[in-house]
Design a protein around this ligand. Structure first.
Ligand SMILES: Cc1cc2nc3c(=O)[nH]c(=O)nc-3n(C[C@H](O)[C@H](O)[C@H](O)COP(=O)(O)OP(=O)(O)OC[C@H]3O[C@@H](n4cnc5c(N)ncnc54)[C@H](O)[C@@H]3O)c2cc1C
Length: 340
């Protein structure tokens, strides 16, 4: 029995999920299976699309394409009656206890809102980099460190984080350099000492281009005309958090711009939830999926409690009592005669 969003206003959904990436899809599966009226609004730019072979997602010993994971997730959610629209939400507000979302195509209303809008990893602005994203240019040690074992690796960055990244990569390869791309180093003395201690070379000149063929990086070409042969590039340039809707609604963000949530993915604003990379969680697919599930469970629980408090569960019960079997059949067991 699928519940309508609101008996007074059928155009108000029970739940809207903004973002149909890994976290949003996982939430939609759970909400669909909880028989909630759920609409997923997605603009189609999941970062999962950048990964041709995901190697660290449970259940795929030979890896799985990021696109395939999304496609299967969508099919799975639709099986449980979750609905999808392609749109981009530009603004959000509240009217009484209903969220009103304005998209590029139309407006939407919902009782509960889950923000699963993700982030955007900023690639370095170097010619040739774009083609290599997800193939030989990466952002995440935990996702991609293993696959670059024993290769020649460059970390683009000029801060403490870049140095720690380079030090961490020594677990995977002996051949690691830091390339500041012409930026003035901003790492502190402690990190400078580690660079020396572990003998990590630093290339300080501006990178003119990434020499790549068929998305495989071959070398970094510097403005001086010199080039350094490498196989893989990592960067720590930073992220853009898609937090505008939460911000507009008044939910609290942390200093990095991530949406603050409790362990059930509730934000600081009633009826508003967030899941995936837009929260302080580690930006991993399996974590995003878990958070989506946790958010959906919290939403389902909160809606249930709301319906008890407002006696609206009674409507469902009334319908059941009218035309459905409400008492299980009881069969009498034959009593065994004891032999005397
Ligand atoms: C190159 C690369 C390789 C990666 N490899 C791995 C890997 O091997 N393993 C791993 O675990 N992780 C990997 N990741 C990270 C992984 O992609 C993320 O952890 C995961 O996609 C996060 O899920 P999410 O749902 O939070 O965000 P996303 O999957 O990015 O989904 C967010 C969705 O929200 C939509 N959206 C945003 N704003 C709006 C709006 N206003 N209105 C409507 N829709 C909106 C977007 O279009 C998008 O579809 C990789 C990332 C990159 C960039």
């Amino acid at each position: 029995m699928k519940r309508a969003g609101d008996s007074d206003d059928p155009s108000t959904h029970e739940v809207i999920v903004v973002g149909g990436g890994i976290a949003g899809l996982s939430a939609a599966i759970y909400l669909g299976r909880a028989q909630r009226d759920v609409l997923v609004i997605d603009s189609g730019h999941s970062m999962a699309k950048w990964e041709p072979v995901v190697q660290n997602y449970l259940g795929f010993p030979n890896g799985v394409g990021g696109e395939e994971l999304l496609k299967n997730g969508c099919t799975q959610a639709k099986r449980y009656d979750a609905r999808f629209v392609h749109d981009e939400i530009k603004s959000a507000s509240t009217r009484k206890s209903v969220f009103v979302l304005k998209g590029k195509r139309k407006s939407y209303r919902t009782k509960r809102l889950l923000i699963a809008t993700g982030i955007f990893h900023l690639p370095p602005e170097i010619p040739g980099v774009k083609q290599c994203l997800g193939h030989s240019m990466f952002f995440c040690k935990d996702c991609d460190g293993y696959r670059v074992r024993g290769k020649r690796i460059a970390i683009v960055g000029a801060n403490n984080e870049a140095i720690e990244y380079a030090l961490g990569m020594l677990d995977y390869s002996a051949c690691v350099i830091v390339a500041t791309n012409g930026k003035r180093p901003r790492w502190d003395r402690r990190h400078a000492r580690w660079l020396e201690e572990y003998e990590i070379p630093v290339a300080r000149k501006r990178i003119r281009e990434v020499d790549q063929r068929k998305r495989k990086i071959r070398a970094l070409g510097f403005a001086t005309g010199r080039s350094v042969k490498i196989d893989y590039l990592f960067t720590t340039r930073g992220d853009i958090f898609h937090n505008q809707l939460a911000k507009k609604l008044g939910a609290k963000l942390d200093p990095d711009g991530q949406i603050k949530v409790d362990h059930c993915m509730r934000t600081t604003l009633p009826r508003l939830y967030a899941a995936g990379c837009v929260t302080p969680a580690n930006c991993q697919m399996i974590i995003a999926a878990g958070q989506g599930a946790a958010a959906a469970q919290a939403i389902n629980r909160d809606l249930f409690e709301e319906s008890l408090a407002s006696h609206s569960l009674r409507r469902v019960r009334k319908e059941q009592l009218k035309d459905k079997r409400t008492v299980p059949e009881v069969s009498k067991s034959k009593s065994k005669r004891t032999k005397q």
